[in-house]
Design a protein around this ligand. Structure first.
Ligand SMILES: *Cc1c(COP(=O)(O)O)cnc(C)c1O
Length: 361
């Protein structure tokens, strides 16, 4: 049976990926030297593809690394001498905080219960000693997102702080206030529908200046990769190491196709599908949304409380050829998570709705 993956990463591959893979093999793209002109053209295409699709201003630089988790570490190494501040509401925001502490920084935090979000951020004062504010725009473990307006209010109220934004499971759907944020990152195995193993990090001039100032002070900002080495190699359309050429090639193709589809069309597809899933589970006697406050409900990762054992629901869906994500850690028995990314076809999406509606028959 052909299984459709509605899992929050790795996820269903975008429909054009098999064709691009075959094409890349036929053209022997994956044997090209990573210092050659032909490769550099692919690197630029991927970079420009992302820039055009997401409307990234020319003031921001785009670099490639191995994962989103690596991006967290590089950001903290490059932007923090002593202290970072974290908004924590789930496993990924907590991971960001933990990395900071493991690097020897003081990691300050504000934490809310799982399933809750952050609002009224115009009144939120970040301690002066924190050098960067770390936000997880879409907390994949709980299906909670922070509205763009709240991020803007927070940034306006704390203009001297750098801001890092994890958009791993919402890009390119989310709108990003680039003028206020400094380090924005995602990996490609979620909403971009590509195989895992490539992270994308977008850096403001302010973030690069900070990294340079730490480096000039003799502080280590990373060895294998640093914000500065990534940026400087990026100026030559290269990476310090031999990069994930295969994925950069696929990203160059898929980002262009997304751009041609149009970001507004992408957003409206995701919104319409999210709306249909949420209304179905709200009306169902078997399911309910985990996130109670609708203004925090993620459009790209939908967390569903199941009244029967979550495993039963997942097994049932599996029999109809649909794979959804399990609940995170302590929620394994009581939740499923449905990734609402772009790759699944309309047909598979209708199959998902139909199966959920019919459960448990
Ligand atoms: C998946 C995910 C990550 C980690 O991505 P990797 O590519 O596995 O490093 C980080 N943050 C969020 C919000 C995620 O969903």
């Amino acid at each position: 049976m052909n299984v459709a993956y509605f899992t929050p990463g790795p996820s269903e591959l975008y429909s054009s990926v098999p064709g691009h893979l075959i094409n890349g093999l036929e053209k022997k793209i994956f044997s090209l030297s990573h210092r050659s002109k032909n490769y550099q053209a692919i690197y630029r295409e991927a970079e420009n593809g992302i820039r055009n699709l997401m409307g990234i201003p020319s003031s921001h630089s785009i670099v490639f690394l191995s994962s989103a988790t690596e991006a967290m570490e590089r950001i903290l190494q490059g932007c923090v001498e002593k202290c970072s501040f974290h908004f924590v509401n789930g496993a990924f925001s907590e991971r960001f905080l933990k990395i900071s502490r493991e690097l020897g920084n003081i990691g300050l935090e504000t934490t809310v219960a799982l399933g809750e979000g952050f609002k009224n951020l115009e009144n939120f004062k970040i301690p002066k000693e924190a050098e960067i504010i770390c936000l997880t725009q879409n907390e994949t473990s709980t299906g909670v997102s922070i509205p763009e307006i709240e991020i803007v209010k927070l940034c306006k109220n704390n203009p001297s702080h750098l801001v890092a934004l994890d958009v791993v499971s919402s890009a390119p759907y989310s709108t990003i206030p680039f003028e206020f944020v400094d380090c924005i990152f995602f990996s490609v195995q979620k909403c971009f529908g590509l195989p895992a193993g490539l992270g994308v990090l977008i850096l403001s001039e302010r973030a690069l200046r900070k990294a340079l100032s730490l480096k000039d002070k003799g502080i280590s900002i990373g060895s294998y990769h640093s914000l500065i080495s990534l940026h400087e190699s990026g100026l030559k359309a290269e990476n310090p190491e031999t990069p994930n050429v295969l994925n950069i090639y696929l990203l160059s193709k898929v980002s262009k196709e997304y751009y041609e589809t149009g970001i507004e069309n992408i957003r409206s597809t995701i919104e319409q599908r999210a709306e249909r899933i949420y209304s179905l589970i709200e009306e169902s006697t078997h399911f309910e949304p985990f996130v109670k406050d609708s203004c925090f409900r993620s459009k790209t990762v939908i967390t569903v409380l199941t009244h029967t054992k979550a495993l039963e629901v997942r097994e049932y869906l599996k029999q109809t050829g649909i794979e959804v994500g399990s609940g995170y850690k302590q929620f394994k028995d009581s939740q499923i998570r449905i990734a609402n990314f772009l790759a699944p076809s309309d047909r598979d999406f209708e199959r998902l709705l139909k199966a959920l509606k019919r459960f448990p028959k």
